[in-house]
Design a protein around this ligand. Structure first.
Ligand SMILES: O=C(O)c1cc(C(=O)O)c2c(n1)C(=O)C(=O)c1cc(C(=O)O)[nH]c1-2
Ligand SMILES: [Ca+2]
Length: 698
């Protein structure tokens, strides 16, 4: 049954988003709602609703759709409270919709400056809001934590959670724990010092902060992390090293979970800044608390325990991936464990009382380590993985893209399986000999020529063959996959599991698919006209079960991958809701192709070659490797600016597109270099124009 009342106030239920500690703690007793990011505090992403099930899913149809006003990546998990759906969108906007009809109740735009997009490693995404006692909480991309009135969408309070002089961003969803709003941040590719903060939910006053990397001046921060850095963590960092300039990283950009069984907060921490440990901190040292799970006291932020998954991180192996809490029988003993499948390719079952692993097994092929020593629980590293010490140019799998990234995994207590949206994507690492910290730019300390991307169609084909996606139905007790669903590429969406023996997953090429939860059989698919990468939710209104998901391709893989090319103006994102017998239709699909637009000018081969290198260093991560864009951000070969020198330079020198996220590059590039990039893109556009005029034989 439903929990009723807020602090004994029986009337509060009629207030929008009247969610209190009792309701959050018992969210599993309200399957009609989706009260918190992962469904419940345990973040299983499992719905006990079963009207939509393996037998009825064939009748599932669109109930409604809501068109958003942005075409950037949509990663949010909606929150559903008593018939209202609250969700965030790209650029940290929020909408409240009638969850039965999709009618807009209110919208809010924090007006994040467009140029702030440049500080983000991975698109201007936002993973969702939190609700508590009539307020909706949003972490905005520019670092603000904002409390909105759930009835009107009007701001109640707003605090800046970061130093705005540094390239911090917020993409993660806040969590409300015991009257405090917890929020982290990102930026470790550029150079920031990670931390998580707790703010009073009523007032926005800072309650505590825990840093995940040491104070660069060796001074106390007056923060919850001071004690453990003094006694233990600071000594794991080199006395000199680039961490003193970059902040060291360890950003808490996604997983923040409340373990109510043990009254502790569990955070997953990010990669080192720069990635390269030799440059960051010297040849040795674990660098606590990078790539770790850390348990904190929810009242004070005080350290309880940690487990470091990748000691001395050097590969962007974040441990920020979603954490699921479970009670498992292990060898006949009931254990309170957390389940984790981070970027580095290993699946961790960790005892929540002690932080000591129960088991660690690779869920994909791994080439950086040969498992873990079960006495010390440290990885048995392969020497070739230490590119920063051995002078190699090393291809890693899994890699910085992650064997599993932020896309939510789901756990069904019914099947006992964890559904991991896994991916296999290679990436190269090589020591950057002449590393120099450049504030505000990417500072990785790794510069592998392997990542230049495919130079031509044959290279694309090879990369495509090496890049795969997979749903892995992992049995955490048997420590093996029970089945896998193979995908033809990476970047597939998050997962929802339901009691109807179903799992749901979106695809980057625009489908929303249901599979049987116990054997992976494909049951149903919907053409969404747009990539779906977010995790879905389920809820019930007036006796009808719904499934809702955000559509909109983007995020790190979305902007940087050359696959699923889109040679037309991208559709805006949408919220989609499905029910049995749903008969709604999406608006007409009016995608019109955009042709290649090669300039008339011809440049010497040397200029084109210079442009290729400059493009790789400055443009490729957003506009596609070797200009092979998938169209999430403009395919420059199809850009009207390409053929017009004045416009090209107006964008790069004057910043005429700054409001859309394309900042000026005059601080880093000379006009002749900008022109060399135009020469290279022009060359690529000519090749494309020829290809599109004469389509390849099948
Ligand atoms: O180190 C960081 O601070 C940081 C932040 C973020 C982010 O905030 O989105 C990502 C990453 N790293 C990252 O490594 C990564 O693969 C990634 C993918 C995505 C995404 O939304 O698709 N974000 C991030
Ligand atoms: Ca990162």
């Amino acid at each position: 049954g439903c929990q009723s009342g807020t602090d004994g106030d029986a009337g509060s239920r009629s207030r929008p988003a009247a969610v209190d500690a009792k309701r959050l703690a018992n969210a599993d007793a309200e399957p009609q709602n989706w009260l918190t990011h992962g469904g419940t505090y345990a973040e299983e992403r499992f719905s006990p609703l079963a009207a939509i099930n393996a037998d009825t899913v064939g009748q599932l149809g669109l109930a409604w759709s809501y068109d958003l006003d942005t075409d950037r990546g949509q990663e949010a998990t909606p929150i559903i409270v008593d018939g209202v759906l609250y969700t965030s969108t790209a650029w940290s906007k929020v909408v409240a919709l009638d969850a039965a009809t999709g009618r807009l109740i209110w919208s809010y735009d924090p007006e994040v400056p467009g140029r702030k997009a440049y500080d983000g490693c991975c698109d201007v995404v936002n993973r969702g809001v939190a609700v508590w006692k009539g307020k909706v909480y949003l972490g905005a991309f520019d670092g603000r934590l904002i409390a909105l009135d759930a009835a009107t969408g009007k701001p109640v309070w707003s605090v800046m959670t970061v130093d705005t002089k540094q390239p911090y961003t917020i993409t993660g969803a806040p969590r409300v724990v015991k009257g405090k709003v917890l929020i982290g941040n990102g930026g470790a590719e550029l150079g920031v010092r990670g931390y998580v903060s707790a703010y009073d939910a009523d007032t926005g006053k800072l309650a505590w902060r825990f840093y995940t990397a040491p104070n660069p001046k060796g001074e106390p921060d007056g923060a919850a992390s001071d004690a453990i850095f003094k006694t233990r963590a600071a000594a794991t960092w080199g006395r000199d090293g680039a961490w003193k300039q970059t902040g060291g990283g360890g950003t808490v950009w996604d997983a923040i979970v409340y373990d109510q069984d043990l009254d502790q907060v569990l955070i997953g921490t990010g990669n080192g800044s720069p990635w390269n440990r030799r440059i960051r901190s010297g040849d040795t040292g674990d660098n606590l608390f990078l790539s770790s799970i850390v348990a904190l006291d929810p009242e004070t932020g005080a350290y309880r325990w940690h487990y470091q998954e990748t000691p001395g991180e050097s590969w962007d192996f974040t441990a920020t991936q979603p954490i699921i809490l479970a009670d498992l029988d292990i060898d006949g003993q009931p254990r309170k464990v957390l389940l984790h499948a981070p970027k580095n390719g290993y699946f961790y079952v960790i005892d929540r009382k002690t932080g000591v692993p129960v088991s660690i097994d690779n869920f994909v092929p791994v080439n950086w380590a040969d498992g873990y020593d079960p006495k010390t629980w440290r990885p048995i590293e392969r020497p070739e993985a230490r590119y920063e010490l051995n002078g190699g140019d090393w291809e890693a799998m899994p890699s910085a893209f992650g064997a599993h990234n932020w896309h939510p995994m789901a756990y069904s207590p019914k099947t006992g399986l964890v559904y991991i949206p896994a991916q296999l994507m290679p990436f190269g690492y090589a020591d950057e000999k002449n590393f120099r910290f450049v504030p505000g730019r990417w500072n990785l300390g790794s510069a592998s020529t392997r990542n230049f991307g495919p130079r031509d169609k044959a290279g694309m084909k090879a990369l495509k063959a090496a890049s795969k996606g997979r749903v892995i139905a992992w049995d955490p007790k048997a420590r093996r996959a029970r089945f896998t669903i193979e995908h033809d590429g990476p970047g597939y969406g998050g997962l929802l599991a339901t009691a109807g023996n179903l799992i749901f997953q979106g695809t980057p090429d625009g489908r929303f698919v249901a599979y049987r939860a116990d054997d992976g059989g494909r049951l149903w698919s919907f053409d969404a006209q747009n990539g779906i990468i977010a995790g879905a939710v389920s809820f019930e209104i007036a006796g009808e079960q719904y499934i809702a998901v955000m559509a909109g391709l983007g995020g790190a893989y979305g902007i940087s991958s050359p696959f699923s090319p889109v040679a037309y103006k991208r559709p805006n994102g949408r919220v989609l809701a499905f029910k049995l017998g749903g008969k709604a239709r999406l608006p007409a699909d009016d995608r019109t192709p955009i042709p290649a637009r090669p300039p008339a000018e011809q440049w010497p081969a040397a200029t084109v070659a210079q442009g290729e290198i400059l493009y790789a260093a400055n443009c490729g991560f957003c506009h596609g490797p070797s200009t092979f864009s998938n169209g999430v951000l403009p395919d420059l070969r199809r850009s009207p600016a390409l053929a017009d020198k004045a416009t090209w330079h107006a964008v790069l020198v004057d910043g005429v597109l700054e409001d859309r996220g394309m900042i000026r590059f005059s601080q880093w590039l000379k006009p002749a270099e900008m022109e060399a990039i135009r020469a290279y893109v022009g060359h690529q556009a000519r090749t494309l124009a020829a290809e599109e005029k004469a389509p390849a034989a099948p």
